[in-house]
Write a protein that binds this ligand. Sequence first.
Ligand SMILES: [Zn+2]
Length: 516
Amino acid sequence: MIGNSSFKVGIYIRLSRDDGNLESDSIISQRSLLRRYVKENNYNIAEEYVDDGFTGTNFERPSFKRMIKDIESGKVNMIITKDMSRLGRDYIGTGELIEKYFPNNNIRYIAINDGIDTFIDNTNNDIAPFKAIMNDMYAKDISKKIKTSLHSRMKDGLYVSGRCPFGYMKDPNNKNHLVINIEQASVVRLIFDLALKGNTYHYIAGELTKRKIRTPSSYYNYVWNKNCLSQEQGVWVDTTIKAILTNQIYVGDTVQSKTRKINYKLKKTVKNDPNNYIVVKDTHEAIIDREIFNYVQGLLSKNIKRPEKKKFYLLDGLLYCGNCKHRITIRYQKKTRRSYTICNYYRTYSKYHVCTTHTNNYEVLEKVILNNIKDICERYLDKSKIKESINNIEFVDNTLKIKKQIENLKITNNKLTESLDKTYMDKLKGIIDTEQYIRVSENIKKEIDNNKINIENLKNKEKSANKFTNKNVKKYINEFLSLDNPTRELIINLVEKIYIYQDKQIDIIFTFKNTT
Ligand SMILES: [Zn+2]
């Protein structure tokens, strides 16, 4: 047994913007806590390591690296931090450190506020959250019983998958709850911002790789070693971007059971029908605003079926056949060096005469359509009517659905009120006694009140949906009018669909509509 004085203590202090403005996390207060602790326990400080302004989600920190060097040269044999999160906020890396690296190097580690001391056998050292993440719950136990219990936990909105979705981490106090991983969440927001501008998955992936942003898999796959984290930030692929942009987890909902195993021995999974997804709303903090998320889903459907083409067409993906309602594609003709539109349905099934060509010179068509859009936008922004017209702009997608929900709740409440009256009549007629009447009527009243609360919530939601879109529409219209060559971002934010008819008539469906 070695006495306390034989420990060569390294105190490690870390502060980053992620940690908010907690006074107790400041460098000074961490230092004074650690020094007091060392003094009270008769240890000796051999070295002090301070990383000021470095995130805990990776180990690329100068003083941390110096500490690892000192551990390996034997300069220190004990590390003390205020709490575990000072060492690192990444569960896998920090877990590896505490469970493998420190023991292998005979380092004693103490996290004062977490009550962890790796040289004392106590329950606090059982760092369950780390283990939970490293073990794949599904792979470990294949019994039906476990599966059933997982399902019931999903229905409660508890997070049960082995791996955290990118942007989140497990709550240190509750491994079934997700909390935001600040560094990763900022990447998620960036991806949604880029999508809001109308960029494709492919473009966004390229942009992130170019900016040297670490991919989700590089976070999960790195191996703790002497060189700290892997230097590879990875290459972003389209499917990762798609998975993030379509994941409802980012609005705060828990969505599980996306896949199910057909055979546990084969480890093969198939995709579940979206109707069988288990969705529990608002189980954790949102990274992306719900309205923005829904809006982006709309934008994505315009981009989704666009294979990478050599030539860029401003209106690509927005053109539809007015007669058969299928997509209209744009093809470049080498011979004439011009681009033409063609109804996709006609092109694919031309021998069945299902539709007609819908051939137009694309350049001419684009000019006509842009002038048309400009006209309509100018009308909106007619100086004298500017305020009025903006107020009349209404977003088709969001508000209609909410209005319908409100309408349905109102109908339900009318019916409930009717049955309340009927119950009262039953009591007067002596069909039910007073006690029964009170019980039944109380229940109905409770339901009515609940619906009223829901109606209020929906009304607020409707208002905020309008606020979001109106503000943007105005901005987009102004930008559109000020540019000679509008960008695709502007177009797809203003235009929902463009129908082209065989007789050259054009219908432009805007993302907003004029109710006057
Ligand atoms: Zn057609």
